[in-house]
Ligand binder design. Sequence first.
Ligand code: ADQ
Length: 411
Amino acid sequence: MTTPRVLAIVLAGGEGKRLMPLTADRAKPAVPFGGIYRLVDFVLSNLANGQFLKIVVLTQYKNHSLDRHISRTWRLSAMLGNYVTPVPAQQRLGPQWFAGSADALFQNLNLIYDEMPEHVIVFGADHIYRMDPRQMVEQHVESGTDVTVAAIRQPLTMADQFGVIEADPAGRRIVAFREKPIDAVGLPDAPDQIYASMGNYVFRTQPLIDALREDALDPASRHDIGGNIIPMMVKSGGAEVYDFADNVVPGSTERDRGYWRDVGTLDAYYDAHLDLISAHPVFNLYNDRWPIYTGHDPLPPAKFVHNEGERVGRALDSLVSPGVIVSGGTAVSSILSPRVVLHSHSLVEESVLMDSVSVGRGAMIRRAIIDKNVIIPDGARIGYDLDHDRSRFAVTRHGVVVIPKNEVVER
Ligand code: ADQ
């Protein structure tokens, strides 16, 4: 197969309301993950590893830290015509910003005309996964269909969070697509599962342009790709499904194959962190045949300082980023982001600490997400008395305490 001309568009404008307070002043794709990454790094790494190197990232909501991260980190070789370009909402159609994801594409049709691709990849930016997009594009090109939608089996109970796909049992044609239905039924071979859209699509360019134009003229449309564009293409018989279970990423193992998490809620975000730190993690950051790229300041190596005569100053089953100092404290099953400091006799368990969090002497933290720059005072307890925590911070349904960025915590 000769390589087709492909433009990749990453939708990175989501507000991420359900990730509040982590999205109070950053776009969801800019939310830090796994110590040194941002959510957007996962989709961008998948595209770059798959050699799709012309990438536009559509941003809108609180895009400052996202733009900065992309322009600092994602520098592909311009000499070879490669780029990752963040494109903020342009407000060209009047005062309102993008109505929905289809409107974001419609307003940026000029980017598609400039590149004249044969196919357009449109991927979301909110998921933790490895995927080789070449395999999906290959299926799409061979089939000649207008759009191919990536799909994965998910629990029926989560149907109202996904685009639910019904595929022709004899093939891959999509016969029905409903966005976030509340009355979905399970699959014939697995009544407790549905076939969910991953929010990743490959389009033939012309049918995409035609559908976006038609949708833009419809005053009743919400201008949403999952809600409007895909159902329109299903109706005209031009939509097929790509089964994520068929995707094989170089260097993957039985254990981490097929891993995909929508980290749309704080509990899902927290659980995906715990997936990183077990002894044999279900998501393996160490697969160097399919690296996850990111960028951060040049920092010294993590340092562990031992209090004399005591078994403290250590981290177990944890990810410890550059610039961390564990000075006589202990971290267990936790993620320590750059510049975190644990002072003497502090204990951090099953927690996610973001950039520059400082944990005071003797403080104890368990099952918490602590955002950037928070200072935990000496002797404080977080996660031990949830009623008290609820009176001052957010506590998730599963009992994880979330402390927002720059918060001044009292003892
Ligand atoms: P949602 O994630 O709920 O469902 P949406 O809020 O449109 O859909 O977000 C999709 C992607 O587009 C996200 O990456 C988001 O950041 C981005 N986005 C949203 N509006 C945007 C805008 N105006 N400009 C730029 N980017 C924007 C989608 C699909 C479902 C599918 C799930 C899988 O609609 O069918 O099942 O993803 O998680």
